[in-house]
Design a protein around this ligand. Structure first.
Ligand SMILES: [Zn+2]
Ligand SMILES: [Zn+2]
Length: 162
């Protein structure tokens, strides 16, 4: 048999198995939160709450927050901290990918890797630091997306004043 394609049902089976393995009940609420974040990668908690409540109006915003935190603790979701933004959530976990954030509009994109293997960055330890075995390096690149770069005159080539 072929591997199931990345359909909604395929994800739901994986999420259910992971919830079982973590000793959690498989509830509509938990599956709805996972499905919402899967549809909206890098959603904020408020984005997630709005998306989940569109399908499950009886769930409160507070409950969505609690489920997000729990699923993050379980490793089913990854919480991403980016500058000048509330935390974002995604279902792409465990692959040590990085993020690039546009400082103009806040758009966020995945960056697979910087060097081709985790943890991507080799630390240059400060003198006197107690070295650690590094497992994860999380990088936030900051720059301007094409849309924002086009809108910022100072980033256009300067024209001579003659
Ligand atoms: Zn931008
Ligand atoms: Zn990501």
């Amino acid at each position: 048999m072929m591997q199931p394609a990345a359909t909604h049902e395929g994800h739901e089976a994986q999420w259910s198995a992971a919830l079982h393995a973590a000793g959690r009940r498989v509830t509509r609420q938990r599956l709805a939160v996972l499905a919402a974040i899967d549809r909206l990668p890098h959603a904020t908690a408020d984005d997630a709450a709005a998306a989940v409540r569109a399908g499950l109006p009886q769930i409160t915003v507070q409950s969505v927050y609690v489920v997000l935190a729990d699923l993050t603790d379980l490793g089913l979701l990854r919480r991403v901290e980016t500058p000048h933004s509330p935390a974002r959530y995604e279902t792409r976990v465990g692959d040590n990918h990085h993020h690039a954030v546009c400082t103009g509009c806040g758009r966020i994109e995945d960056v697979d890797c910087a060097v081709g293997h985790a943890p991507c960055l080799t630390p240059e330890w400060s003198p006197g630091a107690r070295r650690m075995t590094i497992q994860i390096a999380e990088v936030v690149y900051q720059g301007l997306c094409d849309d924002c770069r086009a809108a910022v005159p100072s980033h256009q080539p300067a024209t001579p004043q003659e």
